[in-house]
Design a protein around this ligand. Structure first.
Ligand SMILES: *Cc1c(COP(=O)(O)O)cnc(C)c1O
Length: 431
């Protein structure tokens, strides 16, 4: 057997060939009309991709750089901030905010779960200046309910900035920053936009731009106001990652074209993004159905994200064995658990350049691993996982709206708070 190497990891994700070609061809200086035209086009596309009228700035850094920029630009030493955390990336917010001398309150949920909105309410204080959270917690495969938190902040008249790490949320999850009142939404290049690591981007509300005028935590390279000023002219403050910006343009063209028609083959980024979200929702649901049919337990059954599925290894089996088998026999790279979750679970990504074909192939390979390495899973039969995935796909194709899950996929109060009032969900709840 030959092995074709494929990434099924939640960042870096598989690369779009057109983005790689654009990257290789981007031989230009950044203080030229050519680059300015490219950068202005990409910034306009990015706004559409995020789904916002707010200004977007692009940084030459991985996602964590943008997280740090959000903390340093929006806080002053001693500011009280609230971090909502249920995994490794939530914990990153806590340590970032502490490093910049914020007084950090934490609302925590166990790994594999999301926090209740009541707990968030209890954690919020009059003097809370910022709330930091993830849209999707990649380390546990959980989706948090951003609109419920946004609504709570509005209702309580809180002055807190709502900062959302949507690094794996964008392109996998319906997010409506402007309507919900999110102040900062963060994305990264090696996730749903199908390109190499190295770029991060932030959409920033007017309220947040105003806040930056009064905050005084140190910032220099990641001074967002400086980047905003330069972006208006199609430039960046320092030498931008020219080739990555060219790749991002090509990737956003591809995403737009997913919603193309005979009359308008170029499509639109806003509509293409919906297709991308729908794609992730569908293939993640196929993966969950297949894993359950094969006898696995999902790590986050109550609030699963469409970015990545976390699956528990059977009792007594190190999840690393499953990762290793998939890699050595089938060339498929999935990820182990992070930190304390290492050895306990494995994660399969759905964000970006993955489709039905990739998903079915991975499920088939997983069946091979179950058959040879996991005798403790009961009642194994060839095709069980594949049939479950096929049925799920077919039922969605028949009645897409009826089978989609709502924003956070949960059956408790936070959802019912969201739908009637905002009425903005383009997905219909199943509960
Ligand atoms: C990937 C990721 C990040 C950013 O990590 P970098 O390695 O700095 O790009 C942040 N948050 C989440 C939820 C992520 O999945």
């Amino acid at each position: 057997m030959i092995r074709k190497i494929r990434l099924f990891t939640p960042g870096p994700t598989p690369l779009l060939p057109a983005a790689q070609f654009a990257m290789a061809a981007a031989d230009m200086h950044h203080r030229t009309p050519e680059f300015r035209a490219l950068f202005l086009k990409v910034l306009a596309q990015l706004k559409e991709f995020v789904g916002t009228k707010n200004d977007v700035v692009v940084l030459s850094s991985s996602g964590t750089g943008a997280m740090e920029a959000a903390v340093t630009n929006l806080t002053s030493p001693g500011d009280r901030v609230l971090v909502l955390t249920a995994g490794k990336f939530g914990e990153r917010w806590t340590s970032l905010a502490k490093n910049f001398n914020c007084a950090v309150d934490v609302v925590e949920a166990p790994y594999g779960e999301t926090f209740s909105i009541e707990a968030v309410k209890a954690g919020l204080r009059l003097e809370t200046r910022a709330v930091f959270m993830q849209a999707t917690e990649t380390s546990t495969g959980v989706r948090h309910c951003v609109p419920a938190v946004a609504k709570l902040l509005k209702e309580t008249g809180s002055e807190a900035m709502l900062v959302v790490d949507a690094i794996t949320g964008l392109g996998t999850t319906h997010l409506d920053m402007d309507r919900w009142g999110v102040d900062v939404m963060i994305g990264g290049s090696q996730k749903a936009v199908m390109m190499s690591p190295g770029l991060s981007y932030l959409a920033v509300s007017e309220r947040a731009w105003d806040r930056m005028e009064v905050t005084y935590n140190p910032r220099y390279y990641f001074d967002l106001r400086k980047e905003r000023k330069n972006a208006v002219k199609g430039e960046s403050a320092y030498t931008p990652a020219v080739s990555l910006i060219a790749a991002l343009g090509a990737a956003l063209d591809y995403i737009a074209a997913q919603a193309g028609t005979a009359e308008n083959p170029a499509g639109s980024v806003a509509e293409g993004r919906k297709k991308l979200v729908e794609n992730a929702e569908t293939i993640s649901a196929m993966t969950r159905a297949a894993c359950v049919a094969l006898g696995f337990k999902l790590f986050a059954p109550d609030a699963p994200s469409a970015a990545a599925t976390a699956v528990l290894a059977p009792e007594g089996v190190d999840s690393g064995v499953i990762c290793k088998e998939l890699k050595s026999r089938f060339g498929a790279t999935i990820t182990n658990g992070q930190g304390e979750m290492q050895g306990k679970l494995f994660r399969i990504a759905h964000l970006g350049f993955f489709d039905y074909m990739d998903t079915m192939a991975l499920i088939a390979a997983l069946e091979q691993v179950v058959a040879t390495k996991l005798p403790s899973l009961p009642d194994f039969q060839w095709g069980k996982g594949l049939v479950a995935a096929q049925e799920l796909f077919a039922s969605r194709a028949l009645d897409a709206a009826a089978t989609r899950t709502c924003f956070c996929g949960r059956a408790d109060a936070c959802c019912s708070l969201v739908h009637p009032e905002y009425g903005v969900m383009d997905v219909k709840p199943v509960h």
